[in-house]
Design a protein around this ligand. Structure first.
Ligand code: K1U
Ligand code: ZN
Length: 209
């Protein structure tokens, strides 16, 4: 199933297409059908935006606002492009993560994690080169537990627990870090972190001039 239809179906929501008021330059008029809900790109916060250091709040109720947030996060993540996104990266301090680890030519596989929590981490470690949509064009090797068990809710509010390894384990830990105000550069040496923070602070200052 085409991913937009899937998300709309999962959300069990038929929403009226939003007219191009919010994020006007990016939304086209989309015909409202039984399945297709209008989604919108949201701006991704960039280092050194202080909101990236906020600890996100648990979702108490999966309502229309959360479903809209998830749809917009998926749209924003695919557009970036990225393989994961935490709600705080689009400025919403809620414990919501989207992800799609499907290979380039495989069908899309959107995943949604509400209130994800690591309940077990392996002693064994793995090193992956990580990137971050909030720190564009900077990459670094991060060592993390190789396997994790994560409990979370799906968009229906149903509880799940998964055991992850490989890229899924890395990506889940990266995104759950975001929910706790932690960035992957916090796992690098102080020297590397200070260098990148300085570079992005300079760029933000220049952009504000
Ligand atoms: O949370 C984020 O900032 C998204 C981030 C997720 C992530 C990447 C690598 C390791 C851990 C977590 C990204 O998606 S960065 C972009 C990226 O990795 C990518 C983009 C296009 C194709 C393949 C990968
Ligand atoms: Zn990130």
């Amino acid at each position: 199933m085409e991913w937009r239809k899937l998300v709309a179906t999962v959300a069990r929501g038929v929403r009226i297409a939003r007219l191009p008021i919010r994020g006007a330059r990016r939304i086209d008029r989309i015909p409202v059908t039984a399945y297709i809900a209008a989604m919108a790109l949201r701006d991704i916060l960039i280092l050194p935006d202080k909101r990236l250091r906020q600890v996100s709040e648990p979702v108490k109720k999966i309502d229309a606002g959360i479903r809209t947030l998830v749809e917009d996060m998926l749209e924003t993540m695919y557009d970036a492009p990225g393989i994961g996104l935490a709600a705080i990266q689009v400025g919403t301090p809620k414990r919501v993560v989207t992800m799609d680890l499907a290979k380039k030519d495989d069908p899309k596989n959107p995943q949604v994690f509400v209130n994800p929590e690591i309940v077990w981490s392996s002693e064994e470690k793995a090193i992956y080169e990580e990137g971050c949509l909030s720190i564009p064009e900077f990459y670094g090797d991060v060592e993390r537990p190789a396997q994790v068990k994560v409990k979370y809710l799906d968009l229906e509010g149903e509880p799940h627990e998964i055991e992850a390894n490989g890229l899924l384990a890395t990506c889940l830990q990266h995104e759950i870090d975001h929910l706790n105000g932690v960035l992957f550069i916090d796992h690098l040496s102080k020297l590397k972190r200070d260098r990148v923070v300085k570079k992005f602070a300079k760029a933000a200052k220049r952009a504000a001039e």
